[in-house]
Design a protein around this ligand. Structure first.
Ligand SMILES: Nc1ncnc2c1ncn2[C@@H]1O[C@H](COP(=O)(O)OP(=O)(O)OP(=O)(O)O)[C@@H](O)[C@H]1O
Ligand SMILES: [Mg+2]
Length: 254
């Protein structure tokens, strides 16, 4: 039996005094892919931000257990070091060159994981980066641009997956990684995720559309409504949801 990677128990959380998560339960085992769908504003991004430990999101009740340890007040960077990764729904623009940003986070991460790790030189890192970049069909010139500045929606999403490829997390949380992608980019991004995923890595995907599930083979589909998971099913459930909407879900579930 695979180990439990993430166990979210009765999670209640708020942001700026607005209660968003209202008793959410979710269990992810090693190797599993879970997909969360649900209406706008139901709290999907809030869940991911809370799991990642964003300080603006306050947990008022419940617990997050990751790899057997309660995350408690653990900082965002410690969560990342422990193997959690979040790709944002709206990636921020940062005035730092992509290549130097990625080399810094990569070296920092590897050094904390292994004190004997020798920092990669610009040259060595470029070699590593080149492989990942070509897999994701990202143009080399992006390395010299500032992170996400002037990037198209699809380019930003690819940049998120590139970071995931370098950090190789235990649990990757991908918030609408498929939004705004054309068909070809959707394939590239999905194949990128599949390539990075090993047997043990867990994935928590948030999406509005079942089309990405053609490429990413999800084990479970959950519906989130008003801060809770109200129904769960397998891959086929996503098709039904997209066709019929979320209105009847409470009836389905009871
Ligand atoms: N800083 C904030 N202050 C007040 N309310 C907030 C804040 N951030 C989020 N919320 C509210 O929390 C609720 C959940 O938002 P969230 O972004 O988690 O929804 P979502 O399910 O990801 O929606 P979408 O599908 O549109 O991305 C929304 O009603 C939103 O307005
Ligand atoms: Mg969202």
């Amino acid at each position: 039996m695979p180990r439990i990677l993430l166990n979210v128990v009765d999670l209640h959380a708020e942001i700026d005094n607005k209660v968003v998560l209202k008793g959410l339960n979710l269990k992810i085992h090693e190797g599993e892919i879970h997909t969360i769908m649900g209406p706008n504003g139901s709290g999907k991004s809030t869940l991911l931000m809370t799991l990642m430990g964003h300080p603006k999101y306050q947990i008022t009740q419940g617990e997050i257990i990751f790899k057997g340890k309660s995350l408690g007040e653990m900082s965002v960077s410690d969560r990342a070091i422990n193997g959690l990764f979040l790709s944002f729904q709206y990636p921020r623009e940062i005035s730092i060159q992509v290549g130097s940003y990625l080399r810094t986070i990569y070296n920092h991460y590897q050094q904390i994981l292994d004190s004997k790790f020798e920092i990669l030189s610009v040259f060595k890192f470029q070699k590593l980066l080149s492989e990942k970049i070509s897999e994701l069909k990202i143009d080399r010139k992006f390395i010299y641009r500032n992170l996400n500045e002037g990037f198209s929606g699809g380019e930003k999403k690819k940049m998120e997956i590139l970071q995931m490829a370098l950090l190789n997390p235990n649990l990757a949380m991908l918030d609408e990684i498929d939004s705004g992608l054309d068909v070809d980019a959707l394939k590239v991004v999905s194949n990128g995720v599949n390539k990075i995923k090993d047997k043990k890595m867990g994935i928590l995907l948030v999406t509005h559309y079942q089309r990405i599930l053609k490429y990413i083979d999800t084990d479970f589909v959950h519906v989130m409504k008003d801060g809770k998971i109200v129904a769960s099913g397998d891959k086929k459930f996503a098709k039904k949801l997209e066709k019929e909407g979320y209105e009847g879900i409470e009836i389905l579930n009871s």
